[in-house]
Design a protein around this ligand. Structure first.
Ligand SMILES: [Zn+2]
Ligand SMILES: [Zn+2]
Length: 113
C-alpha cells in the first residue's frame, strides 16, 4: 500500500505527539526522555538551555535579517520600514511623518525648555 508524503508526515506527527504525551505522563523530558525529578517544566534543564540558546540564535538571525533588509532597501531607495519609495531619510512619506511625530512626542519636554 503506497503512502502519500502527506500521510507519512501525518503519521510521523501523530507518533511524535503520542511519544510526547507519554513522556509528559511519565514525568520525563518531552524532548529527550530524561527523568524530570518532579520539575514543573516539561523539559529537562539541558533541553531548556538548548531551547534558550536556539531562541537567542533566532533572535540574532532576525537582527541580521533586519539589518540586511534595511541595507537592501536603502540601496534601492526604498523606505526601510515598508516597500514604498523613500522620500527622505530612508523613509516613505507615511513613515517619515509617523517617526517625526514620534520624535516630537519624545523630545517634547526638551523643546519646551
Ligand atoms: Zn531533555
Ligand atoms: Zn514606509
Amino acid at each position: 500500500m503506497a503512502q502519500t508524503p502527506e500521510e507519512r508526515q501525518a503519521k510521523r506527527v501523530e507518533f511524535i505527539r503520542r511519544l510526547r504525551d507519554e513522556r509528559v505522563a511519565w514525568n520525563l523530558c518531552f524532548r529527550c526522555g530524561k527523568p524530570l525529578n518532579g520539575v514543573k517544566t516539561l523539559q529537562c534543564s539541558a533541553c531548556l538551555a538548548k531551547e534558550a540558546e536556539r531562541r537567542e540564535k533566532n533572535r540574532e538571525r532576525n537582527r541580521e535579517y533586519q539589518r540586511q533588509r534595511v541595507a537592501d532597501h536603502r540601496a534601492r531607495g526604498l523606505c526601510v520600514h515598508c516597500d514604498d519609495p523613500a522620500v527622505a531619510g530612508g523613509r516613505c512619506e507615511y513613515h517619515r511623518k509617523y517617526y517625526n511625530l514620534l520624535k516630537r512626542g519624545r523630545n517634547k519636554r526638551k523643546d519646551d525648555v
